[in-house]
Design a protein around this ligand. Structure first.
Ligand code: SF4
Ligand code: SF4
Length: 445
């Protein structure tokens, strides 16, 4: 298959990164890629989406990786998975990989093993330069579910219509389900039997470290929804997210002693990056607007939250401050110009790695970790879906249908033009287009 052909199929199927911000996958493909790294770290506590896919569809993933290797002209594909999860992989398939271009690499059980800078280092020994992207070191990092979505597009001409999601947290049972994209999150939780858990609780979309608070009235399933974790309103996970930015900054202004613990624990700092989040906290909380470098270095932050949860003993939120500033930099198109390429990791890295166990204890969520998470094959039949026009990095899609149009499950309803950074959206149910707003194409069954 030609590279352009693969890109077009993946764009038409609406495949975007399923494990993170939703970068359009076809735009990651390049003949500069020599190593394909499959992110199977799933490092956020309580999440099981990727592991359920690996458990069930390993052969499909391997076959797809071989197609990607051939089409991109890559040397190899590496599935980076934690040792504690190796038992999920089919032994016969793993044995069949011997001597092939697909290999399994055991990575340590640390957080954030799934950050692409950390994962690239742990699987290849390469350090992605500051402010750069993996392809600069010949690498493409791709999530497990994204590879599976490419498989469905290539072998079944199936676009991305559903999303695998783990529901867990303060629940009796944790499950992984497959829900139609565009279904209201509240409806998903109710249909799955978790509606009565919501009293006195809030829901996080994503993991406890990087996930966002769900607006239960309005939020819908998107191509990047990965976890719906239910936590008590009183938990530190929810309280931190409920705190207004102005209070976060005021608390930092009053209590930050510049001990540097937040920077010392930062996984990217430990990989040699020149990121010192304590300086960002100081500059932001003291309104030191002339200290531009302290603001600009937040562009190097991945928002992992180690500084907040494991570093700061004053219960401040350097992660929140750093990511707030990073968002403002992006909005105003401000870039850091003095990026460097670290050649080696800092010697203290080894002793400062954060184990998943320690992280879970610090978050106070050990009581929510179940012995197993079931894959539940329940069927959802939403009466309405809200297909969000922006579920990805880049330009939002524009509706390609009109109000009143009849659509079938799988029909295209919105698209970003091929040359722009964007993707294709499909209807996840059969029905009638009821309304088109600046955010959604709304379809009624
Ligand atoms: S959130 Fe904190 S620890 Fe994580 S990359 Fe950003 S500054 Fe470093
Ligand atoms: S760890 Fe907390 S108190 Fe120390 S410098 Fe960072 S934000 Fe300030």
């Amino acid at each position: 298959m030609k590279l352009e052909e693969l890109q077009k199929i993946v764009y038409d199927a609406g495949v975007v990164g399923a494990g993170g911000a939703g970068f359009p996958t076809h735009r990651k493909f390049s003949d500069q890629v020599k190593q394909i790294i499959v992110n199977a770290a799933e490092c956020e506590p309580l999440m099981m989406v990727d592991h359920h896919i690996l458990h069930k569809h390993l052969q499909a993933l391997v076959d797809t990786l071989n197609i990607l290797i051939d089409t991109l002209g890559a040397d190899e594909a590496i599935i980076g998975i934690k040792g504690k999860n190796m038992h999920l992989l089919d032994r016969k398939i793993v044995a069949s990989l011997s001597g092939t271009k697909v290999r399994i690499k055991e990575i340590p059980d640390i957080y954030p093993a799934g950050d692409e800078v950390v994962l690239t280092y742990e699987t290849t020994g390469k350090i992605i330069p500051e402010g750069s992207i993996p392809v600069m070191v010949g690498v493409m990092v791709i999530n497990v579910e994204t590879v599976y979505n490419i498989h469905c597009a290539l072998t079944k001409s199936e676009p991305v219509l559903d999303k695998y999601i783990t529901i867990g947290g303060d629940t009796d049972k944790d499950i992984t389900i497959k829900a139609p994209i565009g279904m209201k999150i509240m409806d998903v939780l109710q249909c799955a039997g978790y509606g009565d858990r919501l009293q006195g609780h809030a829901v996080i979309n994503g993991g406890p470290m990087m996930g966002k608070l769900v607006d239960l009235e309005n939020d819908v399933v998107t191509k990047t929804t990965k976890g719906l974790l239910i936590f008590p309103e009183t938990s530190q996970i929810i309280q931190r997210r409920r705190m207004p930015d102005s209070i976060t900054l005021k608390r930092a202004s009053a209590a930050c002693c510049q001990c540097t613990m937040c920077s010392d624990m930062c996984p990217r700092y430990l990989l040699g990056y020149d990121i010192k989040v304590h300086k960002t906290v100081y500059a932001a909380s003291q309104s030191m607007v002339t200290d531009t470098e302290s603001f600009l270095q937040s562009a190097l932050c991945c928002g992992c939250g180690v500084c907040t949860v494991m570093g700061c003993q004053q219960m401040l939120n350097p992660q929140g401050i750093s990511m707030g500033i990073k968002g403002l930099l992006g909005k105003h198109g401000l870039r850091r110009t003095n990026n460097k390429a670290p050649e080696k990791v800092r010697p203290e890295r080894e002793s400062r790695l954060v184990s998943s166990k320690r992280l879970i204890e610090r978050l106070g969520i050990a009581k929510y970790v179940k012995d197993s998470v079931e894959r539940d094959y329940m069927e959802f039949k939403p009466k309405r879906v809200y297909i969000q026009l922006s579920q990805h990095v880049g330009k939002p899609a524009s509706a390609t249908v009109k109000t009143g149009a009849k659509v079938k499950r799988g029909d295209i309803v919105a698209q970003t033009e091929y040359d722009a950074l964007g993707t294709t959206m499909h209807s996840s149910i059969s029905g009638t287009v009821k309304e088109i707003t600046d955010r959604f194409v709304i379809i009624e069954a």
